[in-house]
Design a protein around this ligand. Structure first.
Ligand code: CA
Length: 381
């Protein structure tokens, strides 16, 4: 089997209502999808996290190097491309581009062998996964203490047993909002907080100490990703598990996170950290260090499907308080018109649980009409 085409699809959708986290406002959602075509008719799909126009340019470049290669040699191809560009891209955009390519190659492998990707990776630890709601962002009007409590109550109503709150808006405001949310959802729903590296270690410790009593499942990205010493300082000062890693890349990047024991939970993003091949290796490595893996997921249906294939293979963790023993699916509930539209069968939660697709490869089929629709919107980007 040979690769004959590597196509990129840049999709854009304007949002009805903008929303913000601690770093920026969103008013559009973009997706950068990778389509790899083979001479045997198998087509593989992948997705790249990160700035879509920039990853598109890199995948277009990588694609020319892949034409004529055997797509089943995905590990070799990963290292070949990584080595070619090592001097310029050990982290960031290059690895995000490589991630989309690797995921598409796994989709092809699954279709070639008529098996889900997780089976070809050694088999599934689980057939379904608990999902936590990612949302609880800031809006451009209204009182966050009111609308965030309402949104949290809606997630409980929908069946979610866990959710994650955006913090990083000042320690005082964060403490007030976190306390209100805990009071709203009661003691039996897991609550995590995510600062998107808004703080330095001093402020993160101040926040952590004040919300410790609220049984927080994890404190995500308290400090900038490159400040591993800051992570260690926060970790030593508070009892809340520290999570991070959505801005870390490859097993070489996570090696440093793990050897320094800077996080309790690592959160590689399959569309950023190096793809399915690399994330499997990272999770196996984390297990050896006694560190939990809980993937970061922020993509379209392709990114979610790829994450589910990987989550199926992640070893079970030791139970910890309210934080479950199993890895969780981060299930973004913010507005994302592209997310489910590009799938023939949407990926849905039922009582907070998502089934892992069992079809070949990523287990999904793509709706090409939706691709056309959102590609057209991207021409105005
Ligand atoms: Ca995050």
């Amino acid at each position: 089997m040979r690769i004959t085409e590597v196509n990129t699809h840049l999709l854009v959708a304007k949002l009805k209502a903008p929303f913000a986290y601690s770093r920026a406002w969103y008013d559009t959602r973009t997706s950068m999808l990778v389509e790899i075509v083979t001479d045997e008719g198998h087509i593989g799909w992948g997705e790249c996290y990160g700035p879509a126009k920039m990853t598109q340019a890199i995948v277009d470049e990588l694609g020319t190097l892949l034409i004529g290669s055997d797509p089943l040699n995905s590990d070799f191809l990963w290292h070949d491309l990584y080595s070619r560009f090592r001097d310029h891209g050990q982290k960031g955009l290059l690895i995000q581009a490589l991630s989309g390519v690797d995921i598409a190659l796994w989709d092809i492998r699954g279709k070639h062998f008529s098996a889900p990707a997780y089976q070809l990776l050694g088999g599934a630890w689980r057939s379904e996964v608990d999902a936590y709601a990612t949302g609880l962002y800031r809006r451009d009007s209204g009182n966050p203490l009111v609308y965030l409590a309402e949104e949290a109550a809606e997630y409980v109503e929908q069946g979610f047993r866990a959710m994650k709150l955006k913090v990083g808006f000042g320690v005082k405001e964060d403490v007030a909002v976190t306390r209100t949310l805990r009071e709203t959802i009661g003691p039996d729903i897991a609550l995590m907080i995510d600062a998107n590296h808004a703080y330095d270690a001093v402020a993160a410790i101040q926040l952590g100490r004040q919300v410790e009593e609220l049984d927080i499942g994890w404190f995500e990205e308290p400090v900038p990703p490159e400040d591993l010493a800051g992570y260690c300082a926060v970790k030593a000062a508070i009892s809340i598990p520290l999570a991070g890693g959505e801005c870390e890349f490859t097993r070489m990047g996570f090696r440093d996170v793990l050897t320094r024991r800077s996080m309790d939970i690592i959160q590689p993003d399959i569309c950023a950290a190096g793809g399915l091949s690399e994330c499997k290796k990272i999770a196996d490595m984390a297990m050896a260090f006694g560190v939990r893996t809980n993937p970061h997921v922020w993509g379209s249906g392709i990114g979610i499907a790829a994450s589910l294939q990987w989550i199926a293979t992640v070893p079970t963790h030791t139970p910890l308080s309210l934080a479950p023993a199993q890895p969780l699916l981060e299930f973004d509930q913010t507005e994302h018109p592209i997310r489910q539209a590009i799938l023939q069968q949407p990926i849905v939660q039922n009582k907070g649980v998502v089934s892992i697709p069992t079809g070949p490869g990523l287990g999904i089929e793509i709706n090409r009409d939706a691709l056309q629709f959102f590609r057209a919107a991207a021409r105005h980007l």
